[in-house]
Design a protein around this ligand. Structure first.
Ligand code: DAH
Length: 338
């Protein structure tokens, strides 16, 4: 054995350590060189047969080889270890708990709009749509609002600089639909509405309605009551009661306000229904002849009912929401409850 053999072995060993890309390969290198039957112990055994004059020098070299090997081996092992944690371990440990990614969920407003569409669809209604930016004609004139009606006021309605406005209700979709289709019509129109309201627990400047319109021969107030009661029972449970109170809207005659019994206290009175046991859900009525004239329908042959329901109102009693503003915070912890 010559000194050269030791130097060659050292170079080879260090190259192999450097080339080891993962801990398994590195471990194989360790066993190959310093395992019980490895090349370095082998070399040490060989020292006995070496020339006595060279032996001290060779012993020193072999020791150095062993130490350097150990040192480089540890260095490489640490490198592999840290790159493994940085780039993500490729090995898959089935015993580790998984990373749970929360499932998405429908916002209560979206849920209710879809639910309403389903319920009315079963009654033969189809969905009609209209834009958020409306003309004064569709939002007010065709709906029989006289000039100077307070709802037209710029303190109540958001007007755009070109004279159009952000629709204050979904009722203009009735006008759009009737201008394009002749009777019979049976539509619902869910959508966003805007009013210059100061936000509080029950008001928001941006809210949602579902408009309904049914025009045919012999449609009556009884149809309206039956269909809204059906909706109430389907959406909120069969024990829900519906009541009509006389009211006024420019585009219906007669007009009513529609209350549902409070889903939370079952009519006993609570914070959400302001102790009355009822919640106002919709405005409704029989379509005013003035509206039929504006869209060119023959008031002699058809009658119709219309309603506009507040979706937030329904959400509040269905889910026990005490502040309407919570619905728009988009706080995932809040929304997850529904
Ligand atoms: N548009 C009314 C509102 O926002 C609600 C309403 C009342 C809609 C009577 C109707 C209706 O279709 O017939 O207050």
């Amino acid at each position: 054995m010559k000194i050269e053999d030791i130097i060659n072995l050292q170079n080879k060993a260090l190259n192999e350590i450097e080339a080891a890309a993962d801990s398994e390969t590195l471990e194989a290198v360790r066993i190959k060189y310093i395992g019980r039957k490895g090349l370095i112990p082998d070399l040490m055994k060989g020292l006995k047969g070496a020339d006595p004059t060279d032996r001290p020098e060779m012993g020193k070299r072999v020791n150095e080889l062993k130490n350097t090997f150990q040192e480089k081996f540890s260095e490489r092992r640490n490198q592999i270890e840290s790159s493994r944690t940085e780039s993500g371990d490729k090995t898959f440990d089935v015993t580790l708990p998984g990373q749970w990614r929360g499932l998405g969920k429908k916002h209560p407003i979206s849920y209710l709009m879809e639910r309403a569409i389903d319920i009315f669809h079963a009654l033969g209604f189809t969905v009609a749509d209209g834009p958020d930016i409306e003309t004064v004609f569709n939002n007010f004139d065709a709906l029989n609002h006289p000039p100077g009606h307070p709802a037209r006021d710029a303190t109540d309605t958001f007007y755009l600089s070109d004279g159009d406005l952000l629709r204050t209700h979904t009722s203009p979709v009735q006008v759009r639909h009737m201008l394009k289709h002749s009777p019979p019509v049976r539509i619902i129109a869910p959508g966003r509405c805007y009013r210059r309201d100061t936000p509080d627990a029950t008001h928001s400047a941006n809210f949602h309605q579902i408009e309904g319109l049914y025009v045919a021969e012999n449609v009556s107030l009884a149809d309206l009551k039956g269909d809204l009661a059906h909706f109430a029972h389907e959406a909120m449970g069969p024990e829900t009661k519906v009541r009509f109170r006389p009211h006024f809207f420019p585009f219906t005659e007669p007009s009513v306000e529609v209350d549902f019994s409070c889903h939370i206290c079952r009519g006993d009175g609570c914070r959400v229904c302001k102790q009355s046991g009822w919640i106002e859900i919709a405005g409704a009525g029989m379509v005013d002849p003035g509206v039929f004239e504006a869209v060119g329908y023959d008031t002699g042959t058809v009658t119709g009912y219309a309603f506009g329901m507040g979706i937030e109102r329904i959400a509040m009693i269905l889910f026990g929401i005490t502040d309407i503003r919570d619905l728009y915070e988009n706080d995932i912890r809040y929304l997850r409850q529904f």
